[in-house]
Design a binder for this molecule. Structure first.
Ligand SMILES: Cc1cc2nc3c(=O)[nH]c(=O)nc-3n(C[C@H](O)[C@H](O)[C@H](O)COP(=O)(O)OP(=O)(O)OC[C@H]3O[C@@H](n4cnc5c(N)ncnc54)[C@H](O)[C@@H]3O)c2cc1C
Length: 364
């Protein structure tokens, strides 16, 4: 942090003054007049309400840290805009650090060495190993079909409380039904039984993402410093590229010996229409931006474009209220549960945690 040229000296001083900035509620209730390094502006906007990630980071760490660190980080996780994403929903742990410790930096220093700030992980054969292992380890009956309808069985027969219609496939009767489908699919299934939950799920915006995989055979300098995880690009730098992960630098075995695999991301909340463009346009943009931003000077030997639609859920300022609406409606339907990335975290770890917490609550 001290050595980086990402921030000006003034920006760094402001960043390290964070422990002296009073927490939102205190500041709202405190005496009038300039308080803390932010001055009167910060006092005016401080409150205990939810706020955007950009507003939170500006308030605590100053505008440079918000624009140059927080906003790009949010692009990396949500392909989203820090000015619209909710602090409490998108970064709940950081929001809690302010509430519980009065300072994010102080909380981070206290938890140094504690688990949870680990490095990126995957599987030797790629992330596809995870669903394959889950499928192989599943002990029940597996039906490879799309759920098209659900209906309660009332009164329950032999403990079975829900009937699921599938296409193509049989009708399944179960004791507990967990919808782990994307928000739109869950909304369609819930519509007849919990219309409020269905509308809340439908209201969650998604940001589509185009992923451009670029492969380079060994031999020949790419012109890029590949001793890195990759980068995310702040908006306003003249790049359409959201970021690029240097896959073969991060995970072993992702490219033949000496080769390089890069994974560039485009589109997102800033440019959703780009995801609908032809492969050549999207990959051309990725390659052009990598030349400009990272010094790439070779053409790739392999290009593949993959589109994530509807993409990554965006936890807007209304997200907490939407999640509570879903929870309240589902609580009235015994034996039915809804999880998935639209509700309690978009990261895989959050999705796994939500699923584990749910099954643990069954005593399974
Ligand atoms: C480009 C991109 C990069 C990402 N990178 C990372 C990363 O580096 N780290 C990280 O932690 N997270 C990352 N994520 C986020 C993470 O991958 C997702 O949030 C997570 O995989 C979502 O898991 P899920 O089980 O909720 O949904 P999904 O993985 O979308 O699973 C939903 C499943 O439901 C099935 N389905 C849909 N409709 C029906 C139906 N009617 N009946 C039955 N089944 C149905 C679908 O086929 C699908 O298999 C990334 C996301 C994207 C788009």
């Amino acid at each position: 942090m001290l050595k980086t040229n990402l921030f000006s000296l003034r920006g760094k001083l402001r960043l390290f003054a964070e422990p002296f900035v009073r927490r939102a509620a205190e500041r709202a209730e405190g005496p009038e007049g300039p308080e803390g390094p932010e001055g009167p502006e910060g006092v005016k906007e401080a409150s205990d309400r939810d706020e955007s990630v950009l507003a939170f980071v500006t308030r605590r760490f100053g505008p440079e840290a918000a624009r140059r660190a927080a906003a790009p980080a949010l692009i990396g996780v949500y392909a989203g805009d820090a000015a619209t994403l909710s602090m409490r929903a998108a970064l709940p742990r950081l929001a809690a650090m302010e509430r519980e410790h009065g300072s994010v930096l102080r909380a981070l220093l206290r938890r140094r060495g504690a688990p949870g700030l680990g490095k990126a992980i995957s599987f030797p054969d790629g992330l596809g190993e995870l669903p394959r292992a889950l499928a192989a380890g599943f002990r029940g009956e597996r039906v490879n079909a799309r759920a098209i309808s659900i209906e309660p069985i009332a009164p329950a027969i032999d403990g079975r409380r829900w009937r699921v219609g599938t296409e193509p496939g049989p009708t399944i009767e179960v004791e507990r039904l967990i919808l782990a489908t994307p928000a739109a699919a869950s909304a369609a299934l819930l519509d007849p039984h919990a219309p409020h939950a269905a509308s809340a799920l439908r209201a969650i915006r998604h940001a589509p993402v185009a992923v451009v995989c670029l492969g380079f055979r060994g031999g020949g300098d790419l012109g890029m410093d590949l001793d890195a995880y990759g980068f995310v690009a702040a908006r306003g730098e003249g790049l359409q590229l959201l970021g690029c992960q240097y896959d073969s630098s991060v995970f072993p075995g992702r490219a033949p010996v000496g080769g390089v695999l890069l994974r560039a991301l485009l589109g997102g909340a800033f440019d959703p229409a780009l995801v609908d463009a032809d492969d050549d346009i999207i990959s051309g943009q990725a390659i052009g931006d990598l030349r400009r931003a990272a010094g790439l000077r070779r053409d790739p030997d392999f290009v593949d474009v993959w589109r994530a639609r509807p993409g990554i859920p965006q936890y807007d300022l209304d997200h907490g209220a939407r999640a509570r609406t879903v929870d309240a409606a589902i609580a009235r339907l015994p034996g039915l549960f809804v999880i998935g990335n639209a509700l309690r975290g978009v990261g895989l770890v959050d999705c796994i945690r939500a699923a584990s917490d749910l099954t643990a609550s069954f005593g399974a």
